[in-house]
Design a protein around this ligand. Structure first.
Ligand code: GDP
Length: 525
């Protein structure tokens, strides 16, 4: 039973540098899946939500989306779970965590801008788990970089092996379409149209004069040359190497014109991995195991002040999740059950009775969950692979209203459980240091502490370079912690962290303390 459910599912995320076309592509995929009816719905839906709360108003003004959400839809009998990720770099950590809950990604690259800053970081995170990647080169209707140059740039800059499955015929005003190398067909470009049968012409033999007829002799000649070169260099796609995260198929298209999107989706459901197993601190869990397991990868606060509950996003890893059934919350050792778990099918929040590996379930939470928490049918274990990365900016939390100390403590605890920022508490002391990726996060924290907890705070900038989790010889760590008291903190789980003032300091400490290891992430092998 489970095998069948698993084989029907694909759980993935679209990642890109902001403005490459992630939202546009998402919308087109949802249109194909029938999850929305009209173009523009994805964005207008966002704006409606923004208007309902002041906090979201901040987002609207800044034109970013802080929240990641899940969109589930069916396409040709396949159940697709698309996990959205915030594009803004200040919320990158949120994106990294979401990537632990997917089995593959589609990476959108702007053909004009090529590889950009966020692209690099996101691909690095994918590489940590060998997540299979499909590349979609977008905006072929604009004059971008030449396709061979782009492939070169992507391969070099992202250290990815690529395998083009489609090839563009010109670009910009001269863009005529793409030749699909996977099933040897020609797709003629028509702006702003749904791809129709007429525009897709099978041309199994690239030397067929039909090609000259449709795109002109000159372009047909160029395409033949290109395809010959591509075939020589790349040969046939080795799907297993893609599944192992070793090679990334590439498609070319124009999301806003809905061009090349169907080919991408059709190939995606054919080759993309079905829900995969995950590691725990005890063992590897396979999706087809009969007993249910899952983990929380995201917690979303309900921004409506009348309803304080939060939504925890659970990725089902194995077995079958059922409504109103007791499961073990392994970190706290308690049994918990959920009467209103919901799915994210087609924008409706539907209460569901069951869910299978690869599915994401929304659970109402009154503050019991932290990111990374594990639910099982009783087995005590914890899913791993959800590392915390060293923040970039550090500030000390200053209480501005001594009457509200309790509220502040509670608020900062809950916000950091949600993963809004990282909290470091002085080892053996009371100082609280907040670590973030971007300034915007501090503003959000300050705002939310006031709005949701009635606590006002300020932040005092600190000039730390990195947070390093320290491991190694017990005695050496004890000594080090004593000598460096002012720089030793505890993270939310009580792990010891050394805050280094600069790279130079860090290197010096590394040299002086050979028995201690310094790590930039909270999880290490
Ligand atoms: P995101 O920030 O990655 O989600 O990017 P969006 O989907 O919001 O797109 C950014 C901008 O690029 C918008 O103005 C889109 O209309 C535009 N855009 C998206 N796809 C294409 C395309 O294929 N061609 C052109 N010319 N513009 C596009």
């Amino acid at each position: 039973m489970n095998e069948k459910e698993i084989s029907l599912r694909r759980t993935f995320a679209i990642i890109s540098h902001p403005d490459a076309g992630k939202t546009t592509l998402t919308e087109k995929l949802l249109l194909f899946g029938g999850a929305i009816q009209v173009a523009g719905a994805v964005k207008s839906n966002k704006i409606k939500k923004h208007a309902t709360s002041d906090f979201m108003e901040i987002e609207r003004q800044r034109g970013i989306s802080v929240a990641t959400s899940v969109m589930s839809f069916e396409y040709n009998g396949t159940l697709i779970n698309l996990l959205d990720t915030p594009g803004h770099k200040d919320f990158a950590e949120d994106t990294y965590r979401t990537l632990t809950a997917v089995d593959s990604v589609i990476l959108v690259i702007d053909s004009v801008n090529g590889v950009e800053e966020q692209t690099r970081k996101l691909v690095e995170v994918c590489r940590m788990r060998d997540t299979p990647i499909i590349v979609f080169v977008n905006k072929l209707d604009r004059d971008g970089k030449f396709p061979f140059d782009l492939l070169d740039e992507i391969e070099k800059e992202l250290k990815l092996s690529l395998h083009p499955l489609s090839w563009p015929i010109n670009m910009g005003k001269e863009f005529k379409g793409v030749y699909n190398l996977y099933d040897s067909s020609l797709n003629l470009f028509t702006a702003n149209q749904k791809s129709t049968e007429e525009n897709t012409i099978p041309i199994p033999d690239i030397n067929d004069p039909l090609l000259d007829e449709r795109v002109g002799e000159r372009d047909a000649g160029q395409l033949r040359e290109d395809v010959e070169l591509l075939q020589g260099v790349y040969g046939d796609l080795d799907v297993q190497r893609y599944l192992d995260g070793k090679v990334a198929p590439v498609f070319f298209g124009s999301a806003v014109n809905n061009f090349g999107v169907k080919e991408l989706l059709d190939t995606f459901i054919r080759v993309a991995p079905v829900p995969q197993g995950r590691y725990t601190d005890k063992r590897h869990v396979e999706p087809n195991e009969p007993k249910f397991t899952g983990f929380i990868f995201k917690i979303h606060a309900n921004l409506d002040p009348r309803h304080r509950d939060r939504i925890a996003f659970l990725r089902v890893c194995s077995g079958r999740f059922a409504r109103n059934t007791y499961y073990k919350h392994t970190r706290v050792g308690k049994d918990v059950r959920f009467s209103n778990p919901y799915s994210f099918l087609a924008r409706e929040k539907d209460v569901i009775e069951e869910a299978f590996p690869g599915d994401v379930v929304g659970l109402f939470d009154t503050g019991n969950f932290k990111i990374g928490d594990t639910l099982t049918e009783g087995e005590i274990m914890q899913f791993t692979g959800i590392p915390t990365f060293s923040p970039e900016i550090f500030k000390e939390l200053v209480n501005k209203d001594p009457m509200k100390t309790k509220q502040l403590e509670k608020g900062i605890q809950q916000l950091t459980d949600e993963g809004v920022a990282q909290l470091f508490t002085q080892h053996g002391g009371n100082r609280k240091i907040i670590g973030c990726v971007g300034e915007l996060q501090f503003e959000v924290i300050q705002y939310r502490l006031l709005q949701e907890y009635g606590a006002s705070c300020a932040f005092m900038p600190l000039s730390f370079y990195k947070a390093c989790w320290i491991t190694g010889d017990k005695k050496a760590i004890e000594d080090f912690a004593r000598f460096k008291q002012a720089n030793i903190m505890q993270d939310k789980d009580g792990n010891l962290v050394y805050l280094a003032q600069s790279e130079w300091f860090l290197n010096t400490e590394r040299q002086n303390n050979p028995a201690i290891e310094f790590h930039f992430t909270s999880e290490f092998k």
